[in-house]
Structure formats: C-alpha cells, structure tokens
Design a protein. Sequence first.
Length: 224
Amino acid sequence: MGPFAVTVTRTGNTTGMASVAYATSDTAGTNNCNVVGSAASSRCDYETAAGTLNFAPGEVSKTVTIFIVDDFYPENSEAFTVSLSTPTGSGVTLGSPAAATVTITDSDSPTSGNPIDLASFFVHQHYIDFLNREPDSPGFNFWTNQITSCGSDAQCTEIRRINVSAAFFLSIEFQQTGYLVERLYKTAYGSATGTSTLGGTHQLSFPSFGSTSFCQTRSRLAGE
C-alpha cells in the first residue's frame, strides 16, 4: 500500500514551454468494493488523479503520483489506466504510448466487515482524501488513538470519528490546499445547481468548474 509514480517523458524539441493533461480511468463502474474482477475501482482501490503537467524549456520529465487504497478485500490483480491528452505548446503532440495500464496486485487475506470501520484505515483515508499525502507516523498514531481509546464504547467511537473528520477539515493544511482550490473555483466561476436524490429529490448548489512528443511509462507494479 502507498503511492506510486507514473513518469511522463518529453522528447523531441524541448526548447519551448509545453503542457499536457493527465487523468486516471477504469471500467469498474459502480461495483461494490468486495466484487472480485479484473478492473480496479477509483471508489475502492486507488485515488483518482487528474491535472495538468507544465514543462519549462529544457524540462524533459515529470512524475504523477497516484495513491493506492488497501481496502483489505481479497481480490484478483486489478488494472486501471492513466491517459494523456490536450497537449499545448508550439508543435506539441502526443507520442506513444499516450496511455499506460497500471496493475494492482492483491496481498490481502480473507476478512469480514467493512475496512472503513477500522480506525487505522479510517485515519489513513483522511490523510489521502483531505491532505493528498501519506500520513506522518506521529500524526497517524495520534488520530488513530483518538478513536481506539474508546475501547468497546460504540457511542464514544462514533463521536470520536466525527471529531477526527472535523479536525482534518478544519486543519490549516487542508484549508490552505484542497479547500482553498475549491474556494478559488467558486469565486472565479460561481455556483451551479443540480438535482440530488439523497434524502428525497431536491436542488443542490455546488461550485461550477469550469512540436514536442509526450509518452509515459509505468514506474513500478503497485502492490496492494
């Protein structure tokens, strides 16, 4: 379990500035996390990654970091795709390959229950989802202990889990990174509305978001 890197390489004339978009995708759809198949799921097995890589003049490679989610369910080896698109810059085009298949190998033993109920898994996902990084040991141990110190007291555990989530949301690191980006988009593009069916159909407001050759190689086989 942990992050792995996909390297995007720029070849040909590299004297000018250039950029290329990247995104992960899979064919798992809305399958439950315990479904055994060959497709990895961004809902269960890895964190979605998307963005733009900007190359300065003379810069020839950049790395995309993707986080693997150890969901504890015994599975087959599962795959997803990292694709490049929308090259920009004078004479910039996509080279080959413009897409790479990443395979996650399974190392889990049979288990029961939902892994999100485990304090260690719960806290680890908060680091990835809120802070986009692996946890540091002191922080991970502190927040995990906040939950496990309740012992078998279910009500205490529920409250502590809520408090841990709130602490990540209110943390300076999140407020100045992920949430700052969301606020910037909302300021720049305003809000749109959509129909939500959670708790009954209703309208919901949300932010409205608006020649070089590139190829990529898988840096390593990801182990789950």
